[in-house]
Ligand binder design. Structure first.
Ligand code: SAH
Length: 221
């Protein structure tokens, strides 16, 4: 029997539109490609079943293995900071549930994504494949070393906090490329940084305070 209390696909679409109208646009998300991607990707397909009713709420959610899917605004804001287009090649560190990966895949030519925990990557790949994303290539491993084979990248997006910027990621950033990375300033404080490479020079700017899980592997603090 159809249970009228369970949200259906139409409910999810309207929640997604409301998320964009109420959480993203009023906070300065204006890039039309980012807004279109956030209206399109079915976030409820990426969260554990027990959290589906909260999929479009204005906060992060647990995805198991002590990891989290970021709040919708943070996903949209980091994506917007990279100034991507249809020709961009992007590297993502921390596939997690694959939601941010899907948002990127809606916008760019190709997404390369690295995830430390093989079980999370397997589930993310299943979802991305089921939803028809054919411009994503992923691997399990320590993203601190980047993925030299496919470099340089127009954008690099890191979704776990590092003590400092891993040098491999800087060297794999294209000329004119942008990287968004949370850095742990102390045990209690993290800031999101926008890093740019132009004329071979690196500049970095702090954007705002954030709270991400910590980067693991060789570069953890
Ligand atoms: N973007 C993800 C959120 C991920 S939480 C999402 O939308 O679901 C951070 C992720 O980074 C976790 O899945 C964690 O396992 C992964 N991670 C941590 N250290 C890593 C490393 N060195 N290399 C690759 N992934 C890493």
């Amino acid at each position: 029997m159809f249970d009228s209390k369970e949200p259906n696909e139409v409910d999810f679409i309207s929640r997604r539109m409301r998320m964009v109208d109420e959480q993203l646009q009023p906070r300065g998300i204006t890039d039309s490609a980012v807004l279109a991607a956030m209206r399109t990707v079915p976030r409820h397909e990426f969260v554990p079943e027990s959290q589906v009713s909260e999929a479009y709420h204005d906060h992060p959610l647990s995805i198991g293995h002590e990891q989290t899917i970021s709040q919708p605004y943070i996903v949209a804001s980091m994506t917007q900071e990279l100034q991507l287009d249809r020709d961009s090649i992007v590297l993502e560190i921390g596939t997690g549930c694959g939601y941010q990966t899907a948002v990127l895949a809606e916008i760019v030519r190709h997404v390369y994504s690295i995830e430390f925990i093989p079980e999370l990557l397997r589930d993310a790949n299943d979802r991305l494949e089921r939803l028809g994303y054919d411009n994503v290539t992923s691997m399990s491993g320590d993203g601190s070393f980047g993925w030299a084979e496919h470099a340089p990248y127009d954008g690099i997006l890191v979704t776990a906090a590092a003590p400092s910027i891993p040098p491999a990621l800087l060297s794999q950033l294209a000329e004119g490329g942008r990287m968004c990375i949370p850095l742990a300033m102390s045990d209690y404080s993290q800031e999101l940084f926008l890093v740019k490479k132009s004329d071979g020079r690196i500049t970095r700017k702090s954007l705002y305070a954030v709270r991400f899980v910590l980067l693991r592997g060789s570069f953890e603090g």
